[in-house]
Design a protein around this ligand. Sequence first.
Ligand SMILES: [Zn+2]
Ligand SMILES: [Zn+2]
Length: 314
Amino acid sequence: MPNLVDPSSTPRVNVAEPALAPAAEIEAKPEMNPLQFPPSLFNRKFDWVNFLGIVSLHVLAGAAFFVQFSWWAFGLAMFLWWLTGGLGICLCYHRLLTHRSFKTPKPVEYFLTILGTLNWQGPPIKWVGGHRLHHKHSDTDMDPHSPKHGFTWGHVLWCFTQDPQGRPARDAAKDLARDKGLAFIDRWHAVPQFILAGLLYVIGELTLNQGLSFVVWGIGVRTVIVYHATWFVNSASHTWGYRRFDTDEGSRNNWWVALLSFGEGWHNNHHGEQRSAAHGMKWYELDPTWWTIWAMEKVGLAKEVVRPKTIRQF
Ligand SMILES: [Zn+2]
Ligand SMILES: [Zn+2]
């Protein structure tokens, strides 16, 4: 069976040429009234593993109020936010694996994928499949996480349910499953997270006698920040912000989501040009993930980098 979603497929942009219109002229379509919560979602089974995992990590983050504060632990959390969220999720899971916006040598791709697994966001192939389904069915009943079904549903509640019966998200990423290296990382995706937690504890204990603080900040606080930054792309960037591309869903360009997510908040730009490695398309649309891909290209680590067609030359 062919992939449900071809990452090179043309985005669903309503106007033929040009695809651009001044942001102020574009308003949400009248038919984008809030949908009813689709009955099909009620058939989903509750995902206890995801639920308990996500709740536990929030509890661990909350422990930051009770352990001794350390600027080293704080700095560690900020660094890991960029490393695991910025490189692992935004650059790798999203722009590299989901949309194939550029190519990088396989060892680099595998290393970046392992960074992505450090965020407790499930197996990478399932993550990619779910996001491709979001693009294919954006803001319809088939969208895995549309805020049209309720902001909280689009933000986090969808994570507490299993895939619909007979429609596993990973089916939309069979191209990744055929890659033996990615399939191996996918299968063992939970392991690196425990190794990192153990390492942080040992390093924290040996250096500053702050092993617990390192785990609370480096795992708990950092993972919760990456969770909500990722989820805000699905919820807030489909709710608030301006639209440059007249796409047939409710995506928005949202500056504060972009700040939290290393550029992913320019989400209407992304829906308009899904394969573009750059999501920020004007000078004021800061996009650190694009800057990283640009730098990787300069040193020969990124090739066949897809650039936006409609905005400006990069
Ligand atoms: Zn995408
Ligand atoms: Zn979207």
